[in-house]
Ligand binder design. Structure first.
Ligand code: NAD
Ligand code: ZN
Length: 234
């Protein structure tokens, strides 16, 4: 089977107005990771973390997919083999662009998780620690996002896709957060051709066979056209 696996990171959503994490002026220059992206920070001050994610949820709800999201959805629809999108992003811009089969390895802003019983449901626009779980009634509601120190979702499934990939591409990710940073090495060892699409070399740029330097919205549409065998405008 002709399988393509695409990993996306904050960079693909940057041109939709959602800030990246590590760039200057990024989300983490204003918030401490320890406060809003670790289980310990959440336990110390749940209200602070809820405020942070409520604001991000509102921003994400207003954001629109850009040309890169749209091109990947087109690739999924038009490619003869399977195209799996694995995203580290908690926004829903791939789905908004029409993608199916999106693996949200770091969870989704639009989902709520009960820390007491593990039940998941559609998050309200404004989440609070006082919300009761619809299943067990515990007041232990949290965003369904994976924090530092927690294990990303669907890793077995992702590893299976990487092992079977002919082509692996990483788009808009800095290669600083594991295990996603190791996907290129895993895919390359399994025989995939690996392409990095990012304006600058990531921390794991050496694991890729090819680099396309530029913004996602400018590079991805042409790259997809090439994969689909279409003539490209100069
Ligand atoms: P990142 O901010 O570390 O890296 C973004 C990358 O995108 C950079 O390499 C940058 O050069 C590139 N970029 C910037 N503009 C671009 C554009 N227009 N087109 C293409 N690329 C562009 O983001 P990341 O690699 O996604 O971070 C890894 C993951 O870590 C995050 O997605 C997030 O899930 C996770 N994280 C989570 C939390 C949390 O709240 N749970 C906190 C921090 C990080
Ligand atoms: Zn519960």
């Amino acid at each position: 089977m002709d399988r393509i696996v695409i990993l996306t990171g904050a960079g693909i959503s940057a041109e939709s107005g959602l800030g990246t994490f590590r760039d200057a002026g990024g989300i983490w220059s204003e918030h401490r990771i320890e406060d809003v992206a670790t289980p310990e920070g959440f336990a110390r001050d749940p209200a602070r973390a809820h405020r942070f994610y409520n604001a991000r949820r509102a921003m994400a709800a207003r954001a629109r997919p850009n040309a890169a999201h749209v091109a990947l959805a087109r690739l999924q629809a038009a490619h003869r083999g399977e195209v799996v999108i694995v995203t580290q992003n908690v926004d829903a811009l791939h789905e908004a662009a029409g993608s199916r089969r999106v693996i949200h390895m770091h969870g989704e802003l639009a989902r709520a998780l009960c820390a007491a019983c593990g039940h998941r449901w559609q998050a309200p626009a404004e989440m609070s620690g006082q919300d009761a779980c619809p299943r067990c009634r515990a007041r232990a509601c949290r965003p369904d996002v994976v924090w530092f120190g927690e294990i990303p979702y669907r890793m077995d499934e992702i590893m299976g896709h990487l092992a079977a990939a002919r082509l692996f591409a990483a788009i808009g990710t800095s290669g600083q957060v594991w295990p996603a940073a190791g996907f290129a090495e895993t895919a390359a060892r399994a025989g995939a051709h690996c392409v990095e699409i990012n304006p600058e070399p990531s921390a794991v740029a050496g694991d890729f066979h090819e680099a396309l330097r530029g913004r996602a919205s400018e590079v991805v549409p042409g790259w997809v056209a090439g994969l689909l065998g279409e003539a490209q405008l100069p």
